[in-house]
Ligand binder design. Structure first.
Ligand SMILES: Nc1ncnc2c1ncn2[C@@H]1O[C@H](COP(=O)(O)OP(=O)(O)OP(=O)(O)O)[C@@H](O)[C@H]1O
Ligand SMILES: [Mg+2]
Length: 339
């Protein structure tokens, strides 16, 4: 059974179609990351699942039950926003206990304390329970915000760029923390980010969003190795995939309708200059620490990663080949064309 199912869901804001006939299945316990450019409809998708927006068309199911018209409070879904909003006049304990003290829950105070202790331990925040919420680092505040969702033990967690306001080091720590949490509690998580490192390290499956549609849904490996569109190909990979005009290639060797050809930097093979079937490139830049070579061919810059011991200097000519089995072909609409 899938925990979350969107069936042909459309959401419009006036003339804008924010979500366009979107269908998704998220399995129980799965960590799904939605990745896409600004305005692609990521936040709107989460808000639809949470019940903060109502779809114009389509249906939403949570835990097998129709949820399209259910009130947000009846969905058993926790939403963690980009900007953590803690109650500044409460301690960490008070913030964590807050959702448990709602009249709907009617928990005894001993149960509240036990539950808060348990979550604080999970988040390594036991020693900070007495701190005022404002006397915390950014990472700690975000952990309390996550903890406030955890105490409720919801079926589903929705997270909208929860780490984007943290610095790089904290973000990395929190990423590991979140992964661990997911393993420990086995929750179903739908997570939105712009950050491809976050997406590839956290996700069981990545959903690539473009213009309100899921253009591809697959494991990070599937999306990386077998992208369905040029957009999906460019979304993952650092340095990014090379996108080259079809004119650089032998026209007869290209599948019909090809307008661009893409190749991952690590798939470019460097050769000795006198090897056969090798193209000549001019070196524009070389960064030995990143094993990154920027080459030029007829005014098009191409990134290549190489573990070679050779040294390169700007201006020199090198031989390289773009193996046909590593080439990805795309039409003018960005859709993948099979080789
Ligand atoms: N309440 C609203 N009223 C009008 N238009 C909206 C509203 N919410 C979202 N939109 C529009 O819907 C589209 C999708 O917005 P959404 O916030 O879902 O994008 P996003 O993928 O989360 O982008 P970002 O990465 O910038 O957060 C955008 O064109 C946005 O301007
Ligand atoms: Mg957003």
């Amino acid at each position: 059974m899938s925990e979350i199912r969107l069936q042909q869901v459309t959401k419009r804001f006036g003339d804008i179609v924010a979500v366009d006939r979107m269908s998704i299945d998220v399995k129980e316990g799965e960590f799904v990351v939605l990745l896409g450019p600004s305005g692609a409809g990521k936040t709107t998708t989460l808000r639809l699942i949470a019940g903060l927006e109502r779809p114009d068309e389509g249906a939403i199911f949570i835990d097998g039950e129709a949820a399209t018209d259910a009130h947000p409070a009846d969905r058993d879904v926790a939403f963690i926003f980009q900007q953590y909003s803690l109650y500044p006049h409460l301690t960490v304990f008070g913030n964590l206990a807050f959702p448990l003290r709602s009249p709907r829950r009617r928990l005894r105070e001993a149960e509240v304390t036990a539950r808060v202790q348990e979550v604080a331990q999970m988040l390594h925040m036991e020693s900070k329970l007495g701190n005022m919420a404002t006397h915390l680092s950014g990472g700690e505040m975000q952990r309390v915000a996550i903890g406030r969702a955890l105490v409720r033990q919801p079926k589903v967690f929705l997270m909208d760029e929860p780490l984007s306001s943290l610095d790089a080091k904290l973000r990395e720590e929190m990423r590991i923390e979140l992964k661990r949490l997911h393993r420990t509690i086995g929750a179903t998580i739908v997570y939105v980010t712009h950050d491809q490192v976050e997406a590839t390290t956290l996700a069981d499956r990545i959903g690539i969003l473009e213009h309100g549609c899921i253009v591809q849904m697959g494991t990070p490996r599937e999306v990386y190795g077998n992208p369905a569109s040029l957009g999906a190909a460019q979304r993952l990979g650092s340095p990014p995939i090379n996108v080259l005009p079809a004119t650089l290639f032998d026209f007869a060797a290209l599948p019909e309708g090809t307008s661009t050809v893409a190749i991952r930097p690590e798939d470019i093979v460097l050769h000795a200059l006198d090897a056969r079937d090798v193209l000549n490139f001019r070196v524009l830049e070389y960064s030995p620490l990143r094993h990154l070579l920027i080459l030029d061919r007829e005014g098009t810059a191409i990134a290549a990663t190489t573990m070679t011991e050779r040294n390169f200097v700007p201006g020199q000519t090198v031989g390289a080949s773009l193996p046909p089995r590593s080439l990805l072909y795309f039409g003018s609409d960005g859709r993948r064309i099979p080789a």
